[in-house]
Design a protein around this ligand. Structure first.
Ligand code: KG4
Ligand code: ZN
Length: 341
């Protein structure tokens, strides 16, 4: 019998719990926090309070939907970081309490590795293809952008990362400048469908190696809009779809260029994408298209596994549990990725 793992994710603004048996997902419950929308971004203090309200019902529902009780669990996998400290603390504290009360081992998971390993989740009703090792993953989330060589479910090598903003941040910040609601990524994606991606050109960065940069694009977008708005105060309103399409295409081009470069240098043709921005329809199409041209095998996560969810934390925790890894009660959440390594 494969072990039953409860996953708990609370790193940002989604409270999520999932139950997996081995890699097979039995439930995956997500409570998204609407409280941040009116502020145009996540307010950390409000996020931790909402996690506290949500965590018990979310875990309860996940156990119930999976048809198990806390006594059936073999391990609890939790996100230790990176993320918002107060938010992480809610998940970590709950994990400790349940672990202590029921004498269940707890296993810490790096949130970013969770995003990548979402490609290993099995669904009862659907055969999901899994990348073969080693694979190269373009990880694009709200806070991080990385190219990661994945040699096994436990071995990750970051071959490139952003030197400033993440791709998701570029989407969200540029959306904010255009007056679009938070998070801006999905809104830009939707509007881009009606726009002309060739209408506007924005500066692309030149960064060495496999690293990324998005802050220059954000700044040039901001100045571009400011200049145009001086001439025509309705400029954004009149060109919204074209602006979204052109901006999205620029971000995708930047992402793909380094992915291609790294895939060539590492001689890997198993290519995956993961993280919130991997929901972007333009990016998904572009990866498939590039893959066709370069004879890659490309792996797109199902949309429900692109943004934050606990199933990905549970699957990452499952492999760590198999490897005999266990966290002790003294474990503390960690906000920054660098401190996790
Ligand atoms: O991975 P994620 O859920 O949270 C972090 O770990 O950061 O990623 C959230 C990010 C946000 O920046 C959001 O705008 C972006 O993912 N995102 C998208 C799309 N859906 C979510 N960006 C572009 N197009 C989308 N369809
Ligand atoms: Zn995430």
């Amino acid at each position: 019998m494969e072990p039953i793992i409860l996953g708990i994710e609370s790193s940002c603004d989604d409270t999520s719990a999932a139950v997996l048996q081995g890699t097979k997902m039995l439930s995956n419950v997500i409570a998204s926090q609407a409280v941040h929308i009116k502020y145009g971004g996540v307010i950390p203090e409000l996020a931790s309070r909402a996690h506290q309200q949500n965590i018990v019902p979310v875990i309860d529902t996940a156990l119930r939907e999976a048809g198990v009780t806390a006594d059936d669990l073999d391990a609890i996998a939790f996100t230790r970081g990176p993320g918002l400290l107060g938010s992480l603390l809610v998940g970590v504290s709950f994990t400790k309490g349940l672990s202590l009360a029921k004498n269940i081992p707890m296993v810490e998971v790096n949130h970013l590795q969770g995003h990548i390993l979402s490609h290993l989740i099995d669904l009862p009703e659907e055969n999901l293809p899994h990348p073969k090792f080693p694979f190269l993953c373009l990880l694009v989330s709200g806070g991080h952008t990385q190219l990661v060589k994945v040699t096994s479910p436990l071995e990750f090598e970051i071959v490139g990362s952003t030197i400033d903003d993440a791709a998701g941040e570029a989407f969200d910040k540029c959306a904010k400048v255009m007056g679009l609601p938070y998070p801006g990524g999905p809104v830009i994606d939707r509007l881009a469908h009606e726009g002309d991606a060739e209408k506007f050109r924005f500066a692309k960065p030149s960064v060495d190696g496999f690293d990324y940069s998005f802050s220059g694009l954000k700044t040039s977008f901001l100045y571009f809009l400011r200049d145009r708005m001086e001439e025509n105060p309705n400029f954004i309103e009149e060109n919204k779809a074209d602006l979204c399409a052109s901006l999205q295409k620029t971000i995708i081009d930047i992402l793909i260029k380094k992915l291609v470069k790294a895939a060539k240098a590492l001689d890997i043709n198993e290519i995956a994408i993961a993280g919130g921005v991997s929901a972007n329809s333009g990016l998904r199409e572009a990866i498939v298209e590039e893959g066709r041209r370069r004879h890659w095998k490309t792996y797109l996560p199902p949309l429900k596994f692109t943004t934050d969810n606990a199933a990905m934390i549970a699957v990452a925790g499952y492999y760590r549990y198999l490897n005999g890894e266990e966290s002790d009660l003294g474990v503390a959440p960690v906000a920054r990725l660098e401190e996790l390594l």
